[in-house]
Design a protein around this ligand. Structure first.
Ligand code: AMP
Ligand code: ZN
Ligand code: ZN
Length: 404
């Protein structure tokens, strides 16, 4: 009996040992559009492309906003399945709100319906860490990575990298094997100056030099040959202008409606008995946007399956902004660029570049879907994904080296 127990322990140790050689750092460059790497100003990302794998673009989910897409990446689900349907939304039955800037709501697990990759990994005995990621700082400790940070917008970028790499210097038993890091730079400069400005090029170069810095820091550990680095972004960016705005609230001034979103997309909830009339009015004026009743929203949006999505959905044409009165006051159409448009608009696509022992060498592919990153991570760590996801590993696993 004792001998059997010993064998069992050795087997378990063997499995643990097999897992412990795999490391992934998932880096998010917010709003880094797919073509920013084609401007000849990103030598460090180019080196990763040459050594590892890269996609033409990374397709986001609709709406192409930050919180929904970080959730899509980390859960493998469409937005109407993982529950974060926008950066800001309301439960229309209780009037509770989820809002990106409201720490109480973003830490409340009840909004998040998917399983984060770090939950899946920890269930399989893999230690994980997050240097920022929407959903990583829940009050419910069972759903958090072992190591996490409360979001600090102005935390210096290099300090984020130094502290994340320090996690890799922990003793074996405490060391995380999966780490996320997040940088907002290209999103902020893209909004303020647009995707074709000199300012965004400086931002792109800033992030590229951080890639070099990350690799330098990794070379100070014993693990530099063992770590896979995956660079992704949540969405792209397109130019907008004040001339291309439509004030929807003004159009519906005679009705009692609640608006959500604004800019590239909008959801509207009105008095039930007026709905058809309102829809027809919106449809009549819809030169520069598309308007749908929720139940008729085309399948390719993947945005019908959540009870908090309002009954009328508007999607602006590229570069146009839908406003409500609040949006006019808050100037929320920004001045330079925005995102949130439909996921198949190429300007909304992000970036995907990965390098490390699990990835093929110098392999380029076409557009990948961000919901497939969760099953890719499961493949890399050889663990089973949740069965209820939308992502599919067969659309992405060809990026990996074959196991010998
Ligand atoms: P968006 O409005 O979609 O462009 O959102 C971008 C903003 O999301 C960034 O400027 C950050 O301030 C914010 N953000 C990103 N990650 C987090 C996080 N983990 N917690 C709170 N805010 C975040
Ligand atoms: Zn974003
Ligand atoms: Zn943004």
């Amino acid at each position: 009996m004792k001998k059997q127990l010993l064998i069992l322990l050795l087997v378990i140790q063997g499995i643990t040992f097999a897992q412990s050689t795999t490391y992934v750092i998932l880096v998010s460059f917010d709003g880094f559009r797919w073509d920013y790497v084609n401007r000849d100003i990103t030598p460090n990302l180019q080196a990763m492309k040459n050594d590892g794998v890269s996609a033409l673009s990374l397709r986001p989910t609709f709406p192409s906003k930050t919180f929904p897409n970080h959730q899509a990446i980390i859960t493998g689900m469409y937005n109407d399945h993982h529950g974060i349907i926008s950066n800001f939304f309301e439960n229309p039955f209780t009037h509770e709100t989820y809002r990106m800037g409201d720490t109480n709501s973003i830490r409340d697990g009840k909004w998040y319906l998917g399983e984060f990759f770090w939950e899946t990994a920890e269930r399989h005995g893999i230690i994980t860490a997050s240097y920022f990621w929407p959903g990583s700082e829940l009050t419910n400790s069972h759903r958090r990575p072992t190591y996490y940070k409360f979001y600090e917008h102005n935390k210096p970028y290099r300090e984020r990298i130094i502290e994340a790499v320090d996690w890799l210097k922990l003793p074996d038993a405490e060391r995380p094997h999966f780490i996320t890091i997040y940088f907002h730079d290209t999103d902020s400069y893209g909004h303020d100056y647009g995707p074709n400005s000199p300012e965004i090029n400086k931002s792109i170069q800033r992030l590229d030099s951080l890639v070099g810095f990350l690799h330098n820091q990794l070379s100070t550990t014993d693990l530099s040959d063992s770590v896979n680095v995956i660079i992704v972004s949540d969405h792209g960016m397109t130019e907008i202008s004040e001339e291309r705005t439509i004030n929807i609230a003004e159009m519906l001034r005679d009705y009692d409606c609640t608006f959500n979103g604004g800019g590239p997309f909008m959801m509207i909830n009105c008095e039930q008995n007026n709905q058809e009339e309102i829809f027809n009015l919106l449809k009549k004026n819809s030169d520069n946007y598309r308007v749908y009743l929720k139940e008729n929203l085309p399948e390719y949006y993947h945005y019908k399956d959540h009870p908090f999505i309002y009954p009328i959905i508007l999607v602006a044409e590229k570069g146009w902004s839908l406003l409500d009165e609040r949006a006019v006051k808050r100037n929320s159409y920004s001045s330079g660029g925005n995102h949130g448009y439909e996921k198949d608009l190429l300007d909304m696509h992000g970036v995907f570049i990965a390098d490390g022992p699990s990835f093929r060498d110098g392999f380029q592919t076409g557009t990948l879907w961000n919901i497939d990153i969760y099953p890719l991570l499961c493949k890399i760590f050889e663990i089973s994904p949740r069965q209820n996801i939308d992502g599919k590993s067969e659309r992405i696993e060809f990026l990996l080296k074959e196991k010998k």
